[in-house]
Every structure is written in C-alpha cells, then in structure tokens.
Design a protein around this ligand. Structure first.
Ligand code: FE2
Length: 250
C-alpha cells in the first residue's frame, strides 16, 4: 500500500553533552544528513519524527539547522515534541515556543485509508505546570480514534515521544516511560480501538513489544545511542495484510 519512515531523537547537541571533550553538533548533523539521504533513496510517502529535535530548546541556531536539514527531504515530514524540545516539566511558554517553530504539538491526518495520530507525550509525562493538558491529550486521542473508526480506517497509528512501558504494562513510573495514571488510560484506548501500532523514541534504543493486538515500537536515535543498537531510522511498510518494519543502521 505505502511506506513511511520513522526518525527519532536527532537531538542536536546531545553527543557533546555526553562527551565533554567535544562541542558543537557535528555528530548529529552528520547522522541526520545520512538519515535524510537514505530516506530520499527509499522514497517513502512521508517521514514522522518522534521528538527530541534539539538537546537545548533555547539554542535557536540548532533549531535553524534542524529546519534546514529537514527541508532537504524529498517528501512531507511531521514532528511530535520530545522532552528536550519542551523540558521535562513543560510550561505554557515552552509549548508556545515549540508551536511557533514546528507547528501543532498534537494533530492527526489520514493517508490512504490509514489514520495517523500525533500526541504531545511530554504533558502526559508531567503536567504539573500545565494542569489539564494531559486530559486534553487523552481526550484528543479518544476523539480521533472515534473519527478513524467512523471513517473505517484500515489501520490507526499513534506517534509520541515517550514509550508507554518497557516490558510490563504495570511497571513503575520513571523518566523512561509514561506514568501509570496516563499509561493505563492510553492502553485502554488503544486496545478498545484496536490501534495497529504505537511508535515512540526517547530511549535512544530499540524496543519492540506488544499490548494485546497493538505493536509498541520504540526506535533508536539519530544522535548518540544508549545501549547496543547503533543510530538508525525505521522504515515501515503498510500493506493490506500486515505491517512490516525494519530498523536501518546509519
Ligand atoms: Fe527524550
């Protein structure tokens, strides 16, 4: 039917933050350029990036570099915000700054009978400075899943930065996964509406698990990886029968 590419965590400046002997964003520029040239060869219908575009949200020049590099893609591209783009405890000003730079922080679109829903998982991780924003996200998800069902979507997909859980749906809260209070709401919705897959990043590592009929796919980063998986991108092929996906090392 069609293919798309998931990119996660370009996070310009992360490598230098972990390697005090270096500075700048050359590491990420090189990897993101490679990712974009591989993507242009693959010729997907579009690219979705699941957050953490930059390490320091206040470095406007890093945002400018991200925009310049993405503009060299030969297909449409979509973003979802990550905690580095908004901070771990986002405030209204962080969300507004993100929207000015990259557009809506949550939205959806249809493509060839499939429904793609983008969430701002940062406010599902910590909504203490923006009370109610978490409720807006879960209500948006439910409304959109209903819309997708009404229009008989072949598949519905969800994209956000934070994974729901690592191995066990009941595992403890922590920086790496959404808190149980929000996780359980989302897990209920994705199983009720039979979501085909949830794509996330944040870990700088791959993790592919499932919850009932839904595949939960966490993809490695463009920037410096944490763990054994090298930096890469994920190519996803959607056909009538099934979803195929493969992590391609840069
Ligand atoms: Fe992150």
């Amino acid at each position: 039917m069609f293919k798309f590419v998931q990119i996660s965590d370009p996070q310009l400046g992360f490598y230098a933050s972990r390697h005090p002997e270096t500075e700048g964003v050359e590491y990420e520029i090189e990897n993101l350029s490679k990712a974009i040239s591989i993507t242009n060869e693959i010729k997907p219908d579009f690219v979705i990036t699941t957050g953490d575009l930059v390490q320091d949200r206040l470095e406007q020049k890093h945002v400018d570099i991200i925009k310049e590099l993405y503009a060299t893609l030969n297909c449409p591209y979509y973003f979802t915000p990550g905690n580095s783009d908004l901070t771990n405890t986002p405030e209204k000003i962080d969300i507004e700054r993100y929207r000015e730079r990259f557009g809506a922080d949550y939205y959806s679109f249809f493509h060839k009978d499939c429904h793609f829903i983008m969430l701002n998982s940062c406010v599902l991780s910590d909504w203490s400075k923006v009370p109610g924003e978490n409720v807006i996200q879960t209500q948006f998800l439910e409304n959109q899943l209903q819309v997708g069902k009404k229009f008989n979507s072949k598949y519905q997909f969800v994209f956000m930065h934070h994974p729901l859980f690592g191995t066990d749906p009941n595992e403890d809260d922590g920086h790496m996964v959404l808190p149980i209070s929000q996780r359980s709401l989302i897990l209920n919705l994705i199983s009720k509406f039979d979501v085909k897959a949830v794509f996330t990043g944040h870990w700088h590592a791959n993790n592919v698990i499932s919850y009932k009929n839904t595949e939960l796919i966490t993809s490695g980063p463009i920037t410096f990886p944490i763990g054994e998986d090298p930096s890469g991108i994920r190519i996803v092929e959607v056909d009538e029968e099934k979803l195929y996906h493969q992590y391609i090392i840069l």
